[in-house]
Write a new protein. Structure first.
Length: 270
């Protein structure tokens, strides 16, 4: 019976991670809340890496055509220098530039940030700040497409992704908000946001591989971790598809309402 309860808890954690990873409400913040409600200890870095990897696989699958087109276009531009491939090449450059701030912050400050900012109170404040940011950009409709971006845009969005290391600050939310704020169209903002997610997640997986290998709970929690991995993978796929529809309609304001309600309830109840 105890095993069944544990499996159900990890099933719920996987669903929460998968649903909240693509949408602008902070997956890390929601995991902290759910673990608190379930009376669970923090699962450690290996659990975070495994579930983030599941989300990464789902997002790569969804954007597989965009990824292939960008890589092929960038390689052909390097080979031929034809202007028709320059947009793909520069988009790849912007992804690299935009990844640097979060990568540097993760290497030097991630442990400190997580040690200081893992309280439910911090998550509540972060959700409220995310709600305010979503509210401010609710009516913005930029004109920048893939070929109109700049190094400045990439740096600003990259800095926003670095801020999302704080639990409760949504990574997708911060990058989508920043992308829209610098003038990107909805579809470009969505694409750029999740192209930035891919290298930073791959980097986290590589750096955290040893944590998984040396996890003292690896054998005991192998099956619960597997349950969480599969549910995260499936939930991320469907949540991402849903979020793409929301972005296409420009309805980010609903996530602002959610963040306000969730943040206030956390401050009152927890």
């Amino acid at each position: 019976m105890a095993d069944l309860v544990t499996w159900l808890k990890y099933l719920l954690l996987g669903i929460v991670q998968g649903v909240t990873e693509p949408i602008p409400v902070s997956s890390s913040g929601h995991l902290i809340i759910v673990q608190r409600l379930l009376g669970m200890e923090q699962n450690g870095l290996s659990f975070e890496i495994l579930t983030n990897t599941a989300s990464l696989i789902a997002i790569i699958f969804i954007f597989r055509k965009d990824i292939k087109d960008l890589i092929v276009g960038a390689v052909r531009y390097l080979q031929t220098r034809k202007t028709e491939y320059r947009t793909d090449f520069m988009f790849c450059v912007y992804i690299i530039v935009g990844t640097i701030p979060a990568a540097v912050a993760a290497v030097f400050f991630k442990d400190t940030i997580e040690r200081i900012f893992t309280s439910v109170h911090t998550v509540a404040i972060s959700l409220l700040l995310t709600g305010v940011a979503l509210w401010l950009i609710r009516n913005l409709r930029g004109q920048k497409r893939d070929g109109n971006l700049s190094i400045r845009d990439a740096i600003l969005v990259g800095l926003a992704q670095a801020v999302a290391l704080i639990p409760g600050i949504s990574r997708s939310g911060s990058t989508v908000i920043a992308s829209i704020a610098v003038g990107m169209k909805q579809e470009t903002a969505l694409k750029f946001s999740f192209m930035l997610y891919i290298p930073i997640s791959i980097g986290g997986l590589i750096l955290g591989a040893s944590d998984i290998a040396h996890d003292p709970n690896r054998s005991q929690l192998a099956f619960p971790y597997l349950i969480a991995f599969i549910t995260t993978l499936v939930a991320t796929y469907f949540a991402m598809r849903w979020f793409m529809g929301i972005m296409a309609k420009g309805n980010l304001i609903y996530f602002s309402y959610y963040c306000f309600v969730a943040g206030i309830l956390l401050l009152i109840l927890l």
